[in-house]
Design a protein around this ligand. Structure first.
Ligand SMILES: C[S@@+](CC[C@H](N)C(=O)[O-])C[C@H]1O[C@@H](n2cnc3c(N)ncnc32)[C@H](O)[C@@H]1O
Length: 215
């Protein structure tokens, strides 16, 4: 029987320059929490035999690249970002780590018609005035507006049509985003929610939620 690795390597990202980091999100605690979540759930993900994985808002591309190196080439890896520079760097991060990631410059998942088996989103979740949402490249990375929910809330109504029947959706949230309320919104679409990992770093309590269809 073939031995399958149960760990996920952190991708190499030293090709990202300080100038790039003036425009895109530097891999941070939340990025690594998400990678740790995917590692924890790797058996669950493999058991679903995913064919298409999509990361919305891929930034540097470390998260989708980490998943691609763990699952291998029998799957198609897509990424989106509102920032074209993040798309270019996501593709480069894939190449540098020997995997192919197709990064598309679009708002959330606009224009994506595929059935996604693994959907990932580490959204801009910081509570800010609404005017800061989408004001510039760096604001795109963190400014979440009211309750930090203004960007993620726009994706939720599309999750039902985007996810394949066996699909799984991972979402990073902050305590201030009211995770219980997010779970209730998704429950109305027939998804059940579990907290896979939580971590407190400084003042931030971050969690990664997993949504799957109710059976
Ligand atoms: C918190 S960063 C996460 C980056 C990366 N996924 C990670 O975990 O390191 C949020 C990312 O979402 C992108 N983003 C923000 N609003 C978006 C939108 N409406 N559509 C697509 N991407 C968006 C930002 O440009 C940024 O790259």
């Amino acid at each position: 029987m073939e031995h399958q690795n149960t760990s996920i390597k952190t991708p190499q990202f030293s090709h990202i320059t300080p100038e790039d980091l003036d425009h895109i999100y530097e891999p941070s605690e939340d990025s690594f929490l998400l990678i740790d979540t995917l590692e924890k759930d790797l058996e669950l993900i493999r058991a679903r035999h995913p064919a298409v994985c999509l990361e919305v808002g891929s930034g540097s591309g470390v998260v989708i690249t980490a998943l691609a190196t763990a699952l291998g080439p029998y799957c198609c890896y897509l990424a989106t970002d509102i920032n074209p520079r993040a798309c270019r760097i996501t593709q480069e991060t894939g190449q540098v780590n020997g995997v192919s990631v197709n990064a598309i410059n679009t708002d959330l998942a606009s224009g994506i018609r595929a059935q996604i088996d693994v959907l990932i989103f580490n959204p801009p979740y910081v509570v800010t005035p609404s005017e800061e949402v989408g004001r510039g490249d760096l604001e795109h990375t963190w400014a979440g507006g009211e309750l930090g929910r203004e960007v993620m809330d726009r994706l939720f109504p599309r999750v039902g049509e985007l996810l394949s029947p066996k699909g799984v959706f991972y979402l990073v949230v902050l305590k201030e985003n009211r995770p219980q309320e997010v779970a209730e919104v998704m429950a109305l679409q027939g998804f059940s929610c579990s907290i896979v990992l939580s971590r407190t770093t400084g003042p931030e309590k971050l969690s990664v939620l997993r949504f799957t269809r109710d059976r």
